[in-house]
Design a protein around this ligand. Sequence first.
Ligand code: KIV
Length: 291
Amino acid sequence: MSVHEKISHLTSRDILAAKGQRKLAVLTAYDYSSAMLVDEAGVDIILVGDSLGMVMLGREDTLSVTLEECIHHTKAVLRGTRRALVVADMPFMSYEAGVNEALHNAARLCQESGVRAVKVEGGSWILPQIEALVRAGIPVMGHLGLTPQRAAVLGGFKVQAKNAEAALQLIKDALALQEAGCFSLVLEAIPAPLARRVSERLAIPTIGIGAGNGCDGQVLVYHDLLGLYKDFTPRFVRRYAALGPIIRDAVAAYADDVRQGAFPTSEHAFSMSDEEIAKLDAVLADWETTR
Ligand code: KIV
């Protein structure tokens, strides 16, 4: 694509305007080729989630994902995206320490990758950071419920806000995030009746994952949806394909063909004219007798 070709991505305002009009389909992607497929399939938002630490890099959790890694993957995703809004995760500890650090790191993420919206995990304790980012011109997606960056204090990857008190706190946090300027809010692993109540009370779209169908949209991890990640599949995932075995069988068939000499055949090879082959054999014979 030429640098002059105009790409018209959806914007955070388009996402806001979808509230109450249509459900939003959100999916993660972490590289050029998958982003292209996801974008062609017509999702509204492509999230470059820090889940990349697990599904792309084979780590145990998201905590070790760095800003540089988020920048690297986001750049690739943007190259493959024409229409969807791309949102990049701010990694663990890139915004928690305070407003200045959050601004500095979000600026790096936006300037170095080209992304135009970021996601942060957490509630009322990160409001100053969200307000500062929005004031600086960076659209922010919030994330409440099971926030994987805080899994250690949440007791692991567990459903959150199951009692009335915690549920009320989550509703208050959701309203505060909206007030701080978030344009949308991910609700992860919370009871469906709570997610519905949050969604009814917010003017910004909620994007559920393990939060039932009362949300304004849904998000899944690319590898979970396609059956590409075997280490752990949460109960809330629906697999739309089982590509893992298909890929493994294709690779095994290729390896078998190579070992049997069945690949490549002449249709995959480049030819040379008989005249040039004869010349080559003559110069080769000469060269080999003189060396
Ligand atoms: O990192 C991620 O992929 C996410 C989604 C699961 C919401 O945060």
